[in-house]
Design a protein around this ligand. Structure first.
Ligand SMILES: O=C(O)C1=C[C@@H](OP(=O)(O)O)[C@@H](O)[C@H](O)C1
Ligand SMILES: C=C(OP(=O)(O)O)C(=O)O
Length: 426
């Protein structure tokens, strides 16, 4: 039985093989990119089926502070581009949204006011210094008090010159995406040469390039160099795909509990990292079928151990790690050192919380080693990290008494998560 006490959610156990159809809300990453590009466009954009969640609302709030206007209407949001709106100081609330913290400072540099950026304690610890440095080199006026972290102020002087810059984007692909998204609006566009090594989250970089093209920009990539010439952006009508990372716990549920789960609206082509799960689940022996209407996963209830480099799909780590706690043998996850700079230190949090319920999980320098063992109930702390709520839900499928602390934190990307999870199991 699912239930709630003060601030915990009792994750429901699957009473048998699953048989469910699920719809998840719009992609956070696509929604917030579409909103940014809409704000930079020459004319209004109707964004269809965007995500409505804490991170999406923070983005709309940021864009409103920066002079764009947004009108919700049914399932859609109409975004009117940023317009000159005075010189008084304003502030932007970042919450713990990486996309808002990384994507909007450049927009402040295009305006004409001082804009103060700050958010949750956690966002002050997340990496952003290489991006602030690059923006400064491109012509933005940023005062971060030497901290290289929020709170910082961007003083808009009506534009950013742009040009060539070197960027170390190993700590987050969002630094690179931020420069590329704003690039068409810089005086001479932007050319970014990556230094230091490959950024994580390659699909999110492809997503940035795809969205730029849909809004009429002409980004080019040659290995580690990216060029975005100035462009007049426009995309009057844009439809957001369902969030495949939000879908992750639902699709792995079929593997963990057995039975069949169908994700409605799974796109046949996408840049989202969640699409990688199709290949993973196939490799792990589960039935995976994609058709024009969605994805159906038929689980065997038996999962082999795996060695997985998740560098490109890091945001899937919490859910994948939870699934592997039920594997027939040990697993190793690597390539995700940057997860220490996510919503929380996800490697430490996962090692602590999965071990706390009985699994043998240890941190490595860049990942986790998982040795499955009989699990038991207990409190699963979530560190204000939406994906830890999702990971705990996966554990609860086969473990009675998993009490998920602060389940509402899942509202960063899916406020209706616990309801949808319960409906899947009903
Ligand atoms: O650009 C994006 O929308 C995102 C990029 C990734 O960030 P990192 O590259 O920092 O992991 C991902 O983990 C995050 O959830 C969303
Ligand atoms: C890392 C994540 O979020 P953010 O957009 O805040 O970086 C995430 O959603 O897993």
């Amino acid at each position: 039985m699912a239930g709630n006490t003060a601030n915990t959610w009792s994750a429901p156990v699957a009473s048998g093989p699953l048989e469910a159809g699920v719809r998840v809300p719009g992609s956070k990453s696509i929604t917030n990119r579409a909103y940014v590009l809409a704000a930079l466009s020459a004319e209004p954009t109707l964004v269809r089926r965007p995500l409505d969640s804490r991170d999406a609302r923070l983005m709309l709030g940021a864009l409103a502070a920066l002079g764009a206007t947004t009108e919700p209407g049914g399932e859609n949001v109409l975004v009117r581009p940023m317009a000159p709106s005075g010189t008084d100081p304003v502030s932007v609330a970042l919450g713990n949204a990486g996309t808002v913290a990384r994507f909007t400072p450049a927009l402040a540099g295009l305006g004409s006011r001082p804009v103060l950026f700050d958010g949750d304690e956690a966002i002050r610890r997340r990496p952003i210094a290489p991006l602030l440095r690059a923006l400064t080199e491109l012509g933005a006026d940023i005062d971060d008090g030497g901290r290289g972290a929020p709170p910082f102020t961007v003083r808009g002087h009506g534009g950013i010159a742009g040009g060539k810059v070197e960027l170390d984007s190993r700590a987050s692909s969002q630094f690179l995406s931020a420069l590329l998204l704003a690039g068409p609006s810089f005086g001479s566009g932007v050319t970014v040469r990556l230094i230091g090594g490959a950024p994580p989250s390659e699909p999110h970089i492809a997503m940035t390039l795809d969205l730029l093209r849909r809004f009429g920009a002409a980004p080019e990539r040659s290995g580690t160099e990216f060029h975005v010439p100035p462009a007049r952006l426009s995309c009057p009508d844009y439809t957001v795909e369902p969030d495949l990372s939000t879908a992750a716990p639902f699709v792995v549920a079929a593997a963990v509990a057995g039975g069949r789960v169908r994700l409605e609206g799974w796109p046949e082509e996408t840049t989202q990292p969640g699409d990688w799960l199709r290949g993973l689940l196939t490799e792990l022996g589960q039935g995976v079928e994609l058709d024009a209407g969605g994805l159906t996963v038929t689980g065997t209830g038996s999962i082999p151990g795996a060695r997985l480099d998740l560098h490109e799909v890091g945001e899937l780590t919490p859910v994948v790690a939870a699934m592997l706690c039920f594997a027939e043998g040990p697993s190793v996850i690597s390539g995700v050192a940057h997860l220490r700079g996510h919503e929380t230190d996800r490697l430490a949090a996962l090692a602590t919380e999965l071990s706390g319920l009985g699994a043998g999980v240890t941190e490595t320098e860049d990942g986790l080693e998982i040795t499955p063992a009989p699990l038991h109930g207990g409190v699963f702390h979530t560190y204000e990290d939406h994906r830890l709520v999702m990971a705990a839900a996966v554990l609860g499928l086969r473990v009675p008494g998993v009490l998920v602390e602060n389940p509402a934190t899942v509202g960063k990307t899916f406020p209706g998560f616990t309801g949808a999870w319960g409906a899947m199991l009903a």
